[in-house]
Write a protein that binds this ligand. Structure first.
Ligand code: ADP
Ligand code: MG
Length: 348
C-alpha cells in the first residue's frame, strides 16, 4: 500500500481511558505496523490503505479457534505462525504478495501478559519474510478458548490473480513442496503416531505448527502467466484438487507414487501403507496445487529451483465424467485406480 502522509500523535492523549487493552495494543501490536503511516499508529478508528496502479487487492480472512483449528498445547509463537501462515497461504493461492494484515484477538480472561508477548514475537517473526505490516484489528476478552481472526491483504497484478477455475483437460497437475507432513505432524502431537528419529519428528511437528506460505513461488507463477488454476492445500490434497475440478468443470488423475514426500513421511509410509490416506486426505499442508500446460512445466521448475523451492508434477487434468461422482482419481504405480478413504477436513 502507498502510505498516506498523515502526522499522528505518538501516544494516547490524557483523556483516553487507561486500560489493559490499549496497553497491550501499544506495547505488543503497534511495533508490528513497521511504522506504516496508514496504520495511524493503531490509534484511530480505521487504517488507510491504497493500492498501486496496475494492481488489485486480494483479501482473505481465517478464524482459528484454540482446540478446534490448532492444538492449545502449541506455544504462543507457534500459534502466531499458524495464524499468519494459513492466511498468507490463501494469498499465495491467489498469486498475491502479502502486504497488510488485521488481527482480531479473542483472549481468555486473565491470560498471562507473557503469553501475549510471546504471541506478538511469533507474529513479528511470521510476518517478517514477506514484510507484511499489522495495520489494525480488535482485542476482546472471552470466557471461551483463545481465538484469532486474521485478515490478510496482498497485491496481485490486475487481471492476473490465480483462481480455482480455468483448469483444462490436458493440463499438468503440480504441487509445491512436500505433501502429508502437516497431517502427520498433527498425528505425532496427538500421540496417534510415534516416530523414533527425533529430527524427523521435529520436522513433522514444525510443518504442522509453522506452515511456510508459498507466496514467493506464487508471485513467480503469476509472472509467467502460465498458470491456469491454483488452490492452496489446507483441507487435504484430494479435497483441494477437487475444489479446482469443481470450479473448472474438469476431473483430475493423481499418480500416487509421484506425490512428493519428505524423508520422514516416506519412512512412516514404508512402515504402514494405509498412511497414504492421511497423506493424501489429511490437511495442513499449506502447499499450492496448480495446473499449467505441459510445455510450461520445465520453465516453472527451473524458476522454482532458483527460489530454492520445488515444483513436482503429480498428475493431469482430464475431461469431467458426469457419470463419475468423484472428480479426483488416484492411481497406483501400475496405473490402477485406488480408493483413498479420507475425504478432507470437514469445517462444519
Ligand atoms: P474501536 O473501539 O473503534 O473498535 P479499538 O479500541 O478496538 O477501536 O481499537 C483501537 C485501535 O487499535 C484501532 O486502530 C484498531 O485497529 C487497533 N487494534 C485493536 N486491536 C488490535 C490488534 N489485535 N491488532 C492490531 N491492531 C489492533
Ligand atoms: Mg472506533
Amino acid at each position: 500500500m502507498t502510505e498516506p502522509k498523515t502526522e499522528h500523535k505518538a501516544e494516547q492523549t490524557s483523556n483516553s481511558k487507561p486500560n489493559r487493552e490499549f496497553d497491550i495494543i501499544a506495547r505488543y501490536f503497534r511495533p508490528l505496523t513497521n511504522g506504516a503511516a496508514g496504520a495511524l499508529a493503531l490509534q484511530d478508528d480505521a487504517a488507510l490503505l491504497s493500492v498501486p496502479d496496475g494492481f488489485e487487492l486480494a483479501v482473505t480472512t481465517d478464524c482459528l479457534v484454540g482446540g478446534v483449528h490448532f492444538l492449545e498445547t502449541l506455544s504462543p509463537q507457534d500459534i502466531a505462525h499458524k495464524v499468519v501462515g494459513v492466511n498468507l497461504s490463501d494469498l499465495a493461492a491467489m498469486g498475491a504478495m502479502p502486504k497488510v494484515v488485521f488481527l482480531a484477538a479473542q483472549l481468555p480472561k486473565g491470560i498471562q501478559e507473557s503469553w501475549i508477548a510471546d504471541f506478538a514475537e511469533g507474529l513479528r517473526a511470521a510476518l517478517k519474510p514477506s514484510g507484511a505490516a499489522l495495520m489494525g484489528g480488535d482485542t476482546v476478552s472471552t470466557p471461551g478458548p483463545v481465538a484469532f481472526t486474521l485478515t490478510a491483504m496482498g497485491h496481485v497484478p490486475k487481471g492476473h490473480a490465480l483462481m480455482r477455475s480455468g483448469a483444462q483437460p490436458g493440463d499438468v497437475l503440480c504441487v509445491t513442496g512436500t505433501i502429508g507432513d502437516g497431517a502427520l505432524g498433527l498425528a505425532v502431537l496427538t500421540d496417534a503416531l510415534s516416530i523414533a528419529d527425533s529430527a524427523e519428528r521435529d520436522h513433522l511437528i514444525q510443518r504442522y505448527a509453522r506452515p511456510q506460505p508459498r507466496w514467493k513461488l506464487a508471485e513467480m507463477m503469476v509472472r509467467t502467466r502460465q498458470i491456469r488454476a491454483a488452490v492452496d492445500i489446507s483441507d487435504g490434497l484430494l479435497a483441494d484438487v477437487g475444489h479446482i475440478c469443481m470450479a473448472s468443470g474438469v476431473a483430475a488423475v493423481i499418480d500416487a507414487p509421484a506425490v512428493p514426500l519428505s524423508k520422514a513421511v516416506r519412512g512412516v509410509l514404508a512402515q504402514d501403507p494405509t498412511v497414504l490416506n492421511t497423506i493424501l486426505g489429511g490437511g495442513d499442508d499449506y502447499e499450492l496445487a496448480f495446473c499449467a500446460p505441459q510445455n510450461a512445466i520445465a520453465d516453472l521448475q527451473r524458476l522454482a529451483n532458483e527460489l530454492g523451492e520445488c515444483i513436482t508434477v503429480i498428475g493431469r487434468i482430464v475431461a469431467s465424467d458426469l457419470e463419475n461422482t468423484a472428480p479426483v482419481t488416484v492411481h497406483d504405480k501400475a496405473g490402477r485406480p485406488i480408493i483413498v478413504e479420507s475425504q478432507g477436513y470437514q469445517h462444519l
